[in-house]
Design a protein around this ligand. Structure first.
Ligand code: FES
Length: 195
């Protein structure tokens, strides 16, 4: 065990080093292609007021408002996150924090078909990495990338709550494809016109 008299080791042991631990996900934000288009109209603002009215504090409406922004703009650019913060009168850092925590919020533009492939424990034991790596290699993608034709994007996801039917993937934040095999995945990709 590191001696507590060694300041450097003592700090590292308590995890308060200023260095980012290895494997920590970095949260980057990207500006919208056209920031002028990142605005809420009257109907959106009315909807956000309705969200706010359901909670004792306006901040509690942040998840629904982020979802509305994502549905409207396609993904959550830095401009969209700032718009949500301004609309809810919240510190941008708080809104960025919520958006960065949940994978359902897209922080980068996505492909027409976005596949979130689970590689958490149950899925990885049942071949989740075989599925994920197949997509990486077949389409030359890394986590978060979009194909040049914009048809497909890939994400390595944490548990999707479908462990009993592992391995699983989620399509465009909606439909689940479960008990995946490479054959089943290929059939899915053909059906979508990707393969
Ligand atoms: S581990 Fe993949 S859905 Fe739970």
């Amino acid at each position: 065990m590191a001696s507590q008299s060694n300041g450097e080791h003592a700090h590292a042991a308590h995890g308060d080093s200023l260095q980012m631990p290895e494997g920590t996900q970095r949260f980057e934000t990207f500006p919208a292609e056209n920031p002028a288009e990142i605005v809420f109209d009257d109907a959106d603002l009315q909807q956000i007021e309705a969200y706010k009215s359901r909670y004792p504090k306006k901040e509690a409406a942040v998840m629904r408002t982020l979802w509305l922004a994502q549905t409207k703009f396609g993904w959550l650019s830095e401009d969209a996150l700032k718009l949500v913060a301004k609309t809810l009168e919240m510190p941008p850092a708080d809104v960025f924090g919520v958006a960065s925590f949940y994978t359902m919020y897209f922080k980068k533009p996505k492909g027409k078909t976005h596949l979130a492939v689970c590689t958490n424990i149950s899925c990885s034991l049942c071949g989740g990495y075989e599925i994920y790596n197949y997509l990486k290699e077949k389409f030359g993608l890394e986590n978060g990338d979009v194909t040049a034709d914009g048809k497909l994007s890939l994400e390595e996801a944490e548990c999707l709550g479908s462990c009993g039917t592992a391995p699983a993937m989620q399509v465009n934040n909606g439909e689940y494809v479960e008990n995946l095999t490479v054959e089943k995945l290929e059939a899915f990709l053909k059906e979508k016109g990707i393969l």
